[in-house]
Design a protein around this ligand. Structure first.
Ligand code: PNS
Length: 159
């Protein structure tokens, strides 16, 4: 049977840290679905369509990676995809509490769900979408933290 995993997130925007996790998951699972959250309560910087397109473009070399979006509970999306493995990245200790809470809650909502954590390489440990956006919005650039396409789109966004 095909080993399928879902990597959910906001990806607003996708960073080299996310790509690091996608690469690791794609080497272990037969198929990885990168699932973009349709943020119902907050306005993201990039629309769902833009984020899906950006991720498709920057992951096109991973042949077993698909990109999709979801609304509502991740636990329901997992049922719909008939998948029980959630992939998440664990960067530093600061991620731990939130990630454990998320994994536990998902498991309470759908007891079949297992969350598997991947650690990014050291150079991607402190890469974070919010900080990247703050830097670009204030006129800075972090091309070492994001793919070239995202660097370009962030410059355009905050011009
Ligand atoms: O990249 P992020 O923002 O840390 O990803 C968080 C995400 C999208 C994985 C999480 O917020 C999520 O799954 N949201 C959907 C609603 C849900 O199922 N919440 C968790 C249980 S209440």
């Amino acid at each position: 049977m095909k080993k399928l995993a879902v990597y959910p997130g906001s990806f607003d925007p996708i960073t080299n840290g996310h790509i690091d996790i996608i690469a690791r998951a794609s080497a272990i699972f037969d198929e990885v679905i990168v699932a973009v959250l349709v943020n119902a309560n907050k306005t993201p910087t990039f629309t769902t369509k833009q984020r899906v397109e950006q991720i498709r473009a920057v992951t096109k070399n991973f042949k077993n990676v698909k990109v999709d979006s979801f609304k509502g509970l991740l636990a329901d999306f997992m049922r719909q995809k008939e998948c029980n493995i959630v992939v998440r990245g664990l960067r530093a200790v600061t991620d731990l509490e939130y990630e454990f809470m998320l994994a536990n809650t998902n498991n309470k909502l759908n007891k079949n769900i297992e969350t598997i954590f991947f650690m990014p390489s050291e150079k991607n440990t402190y890469v974070n979408s919010s900080m990247v956006k703050e830097a670009y919005s204030l006129g800075g650039r972090l091309p070492q933290c994001v793919p070239a396409l995202i660097d370009k789109e962030l410059i355009k966004k905050y011009k």
